[in-house]
Design a protein around this ligand. Sequence first.
Ligand code: CO
Length: 154
Amino acid sequence: MTWMHRTLAAVTLTALALPLAAHADPCKVEISGNDVMQYDKKELAVPATCREITVTLHHAGKQPREAMGHDWVLVKTADLAAVAQAGIGAGLANNYLARGDKRVLAHTSVIGGGETTSVTFSAALLTKGGDYSYLCTFPGHSALMHGKFKFASS
Ligand code: CO
């Protein structure tokens, strides 16, 4: 085996290991929505040691965003209902979020069936052990589409 061959073998192993490492990152979490107005998870949790958090949202359904759009919006639990209400009038072009709504801590765009989106945000926005929730702000969805977001000791 030449030096070049050994180097190529090492590079190949590194490339294979990277997706596994990314999947294991506890600061990156995933959630899906479907065509019957549901998220697949009632809770997401990341350790309070995370400095940056990435949430990836999949839409596992087939309906277009205009009919069954989903987003992922992070708020303090106490603000959930007010943020959902304020977003109704904002329209799809604004991802059903009132412009400049300071109660919105992080959010994705609204997606339709078969699409995926993600948001990365600084954990400096969050307090360890705080009471946070996520919701879909598409009109009428938040009653079913919401869950707890835990930022705590792992
Ligand atoms: Co939705």
